[in-house]
Design a binder for this molecule. Structure first.
Ligand SMILES: C[S@@+](CC[C@H](N)C(=O)[O-])C[C@H]1O[C@@H](n2cnc3c(N)ncnc32)[C@H](O)[C@@H]1O
Length: 281
């Protein structure tokens, strides 16, 4: 079998398992198996496959057929301008979360030095993306999951930022010191009873602790807002992602806790996704 026939074989198998991205996924899995870029695979379609590589490809296909996300199979996800190591201990970085990076980079001038706290860092994708472009800033990034912190440490090292980010395995409830210019977060925000309605690739594979946020989906957001009052400098910025239909209630909680709402940014589906607020007292 050559690469072309292998890709067709993979795409057909995934399609018959109702995977819409069957062609792309087949290409991604084959390039992972061959240790080549997708482009290199596509310009060498007449090359023959070794049996061992084909067997590995079939193994990975069967994981994808069971709806395991590609990022967990190939241990990699692109976010903003960089690649990150990913496994099932961390949420797969989402494109809408790039809004946080974009907005922080808009606010912090290129050479300025700011102290940033990230709550719930997961793979570290947000804070690493920011620090790569704002070299005079430094950060603390926390996560309640020790396994997630280990992955964030790995990614920080891979991006040569270990000396700029203090990564801590700690619950937001337990952090009490220091004052930050910025607090950023993509917290869990799914209502407990909506977890079962999520796509199979999410609910059966991504960490529950990264998704679930109590009966109203606001458990962690409320903690972040209240805690940030203590941890932010005056006029410091609190910037975080919210779930569908949460914008009104979250704005209200922010106002009640002494924040001024600067901006709400919609995602590409026009859903309010990121809130930027300033601590005014
Ligand atoms: C939605 S994920 C976001 C991960 C990553 N920042 C991203 O955007 O891809 C939320 C993260 O918050 C962490 N987390 C949940 N509850 C927490 C808490 N009380 N204190 C600190 N981290 C928490 C989870 O372990 C998870 O890694």
């Amino acid at each position: 079998m050559n690469y072309f026939e292998t890709l067709k074989f993979g795409s057909h198998k995934l399609k018959s398992n109702n995977i819409n991205t069957h062609m792309l996924d087949s290409e991604l899995l084959l390039s992972y198996v061959l240790k080549l870029s997708r482009e290199q695979v596509l310009v060498n379609l007449d090359r023959n496959m070794y049996k061992g590589k084909f067997n590995l490809f079939k193994k990975l296909l069967s994981r994808r057929e069971r709806k395991e996300p590609i990022a967990y199979i190939i241990n990699k996800k692109e976010f903003w301008k960089n690649n990150f190591y990913i496994n099932r201990n961390v949420l797969i970085p989402r494109p809408e979360t790039e809004i946080i990076v974009e907005e922080v980079l808009n606010i912090i001038k290129t050479n300025s030095s700011k102290n940033i706290l990230e709550i719930g860092t997961g793979s570290g994708c947000i804070i690493i993306s920011i620090l790569k472009e704002r070299v005079n800033c430094f950060a603390t990034a926390i996560d309640i999951s020790k396994k997630a912190i280990n992955i964030a440490k790995f990614n920080a090292k891979m991006h040569h930022l270990s000396n700029k980010i203090n990564l801590k395995n700690i619950d937001i409830d337990k952090i009490h010191y220091n004052k930050y210019d910025f607090i950023i977060s993509n917290p869990p925000y799914i209502k407990k009873f909506n977890i079962s309605r999520l796509d199979e690739s999410v609910k059966f594979f991504e960490p529950y602790i990264a998704l679930e946020a109590g009966i109203d989906g606001l458990r962690e957001i409320k903690k972040i807002i209240i805690k940030s009052n203590e941890l932010l400098k005056k006029n410091g910025k609190l910037i975080f992602e919210i779930g569908d239909n949460q914008v009104m209630v979250v704005k209200k909680i922010l106002n009640q806790n002494g924040y001024y709402i600067e901006k709400v940014i919609n995602d590409i589906s026009s859903i309010p996704r990121v809130i930027i607020s300033t601590k005014i007292n």
